[in-house]
Design a protein around this ligand. Structure first.
Ligand code: ZN
Length: 136
């Protein structure tokens, strides 16, 4: 299952060249061409699924296990302090895990600007909304 218009499908098939770092039967990993830091890698299922929720559990597990195994290798190879793992999914509609090496004083801070809850009531109201959605 491939989407002929999907850039990640084309990369996984080798139709578009990439800086591949890992490949197996189901999973493909390559360097992001617009890295947040050097070594910023994307780990994708070779089959096209738009989102994490759409990806079958078994395949999703494989993507995360590959990500888990790549983290210490990227850390070691690039002498990173830590390798952050994120699933954002805003840019390309083909599910991907992002591994982003972090270095001391790399200027990224916490990635995103943070906010504060007005008070603990707002935080608890938010938690309640999510708990209600989980139990419905
Ligand atoms: Zn795709």
């Amino acid at each position: 299952m491939h989407d002929p218009n999907c850039i990640f499908c084309k990369i996984a098939k080798g139709d578009i060249p990439s800086h591949k770092i890992y490949e197996d039967e189901d999973v493909f990993a390559f360097l992001d061409i617009e890295p947040v830091n050097i070594g910023h890698a994307l780990i994708i299922p070779k089959k096209h699924y738009v989102s994490m929720e759409e990806t079958p559990d078994e395949l999703l597990s494989k993507v995360f296990i590959v990500s888990k195994n790549l983290r210490p290798k990227i850390k070691q190879a690039l002498d990173a302090n830590v390798v952050a793992l994120t699933v954002i999914g805003l840019h390309v509609p083909h599910f991907h895990v992002q591994l982003i090496p972090r270095f001391k004083d790399d200027g990224l801070g916490g990635f995103w600007p943070t906010k504060k809850y007005k008070d603990s009531t707002e935080a608890e109201t938010t938690a309640n909304k999510i708990r209600s959605a989980i139990s419905s």
